[in-house]
Ligand binder design. Sequence first.
Ligand code: PHE
Length: 336
Amino acid sequence: NALKAEISAATAKTQEELEGYRLKFISRKSVLGELFADMKNVAPEDRKAYGQAVNEVKQQAEEKFKELIAGLESSDAGSKSSAPIDLTLPPNVNLGTVHPLTYIHNRIVEIFQKIGFNVADGPEIEDDFHNFTALNFPENHPAREMQDTFFIESNPDIALRTHTSSVQIRVMENQKPPFRTLAPGRVFRNEAISARAHCFFHQVEGFFVDKNVGLVDLKQTLYYFAKELFGQDTKVRFRPSYFPFTEPSAEMDISCNICKGKGCNICKYSGWVEILGSGMIDPNVLENCGIDSEEYTGFAFGMGIERIAMLKFQVNDLRLYSENDVRFLNQFKHLS
Ligand code: PHE
């Protein structure tokens, strides 16, 4: 019975203690082994009872042994997970990548900052004056109609800006020329969402106002920009166009950098793709901002970031930019 008590009190916190237990109670040379060996010295009539008693202790000893092994294993596992954390290991997280629109935005800003442009910001919710009136939109101009513009509630004076040209007005009415300013931002148009149109997108506006600014400055500045962004062998051409706030107005095409003139779907086999609208700022616009149009002249341009990113990365569906599909986004890992 003393032996039974000893067995049930036994513990094993380490492999050594476990082995100690095994030697003491289980192995051939253990106390139990000795008791079995003693069998021959027991009187024959007592042997049955003796054997039974020793066997009982042996079973208890073996059961306890299993318990001790199990206990040691689980505390082993426990001690592994509570091991000190190695803070020098890099965290195992999936880092995000630069969004293609952010990349293009940053490149455009970088290119114009090199030639002295600063960056301005304006509100996405605009009033009619800054989005239309000051930009010389005639009262009945179709762009003011509901189909293009998202109005706020029932107030026809407040809308989501349809272009970043509103920032031209905000900067020019509050500061004194000269201006060399870039205004990137999000714009909104009430259009059915498709591969080629979205109800929101991003533009970068640019404007340059000083004494003696002419069309040659516009052309050379935008030619420099196109070569920086699309490669030094890029060609540009200007086509006459119309915007209420510029006169004369022109759209700029670049030579198709995808087929290099061989003909492809992107340039519709013309070898040219349109990338921006531009023109000399209409004197009315300068005057609307309190700038003397006899003394100052300027040019302005506006481009869509999605469109430029499409040309740069051959993205064929505008919706991909805002769907947050990691299979799309992971393709731009190399930009980070
Ligand atoms: N605001 C024009 C548009 O959204 C682009 C533009 C900007 C054209 C500046 C000329 C000058 O289409």
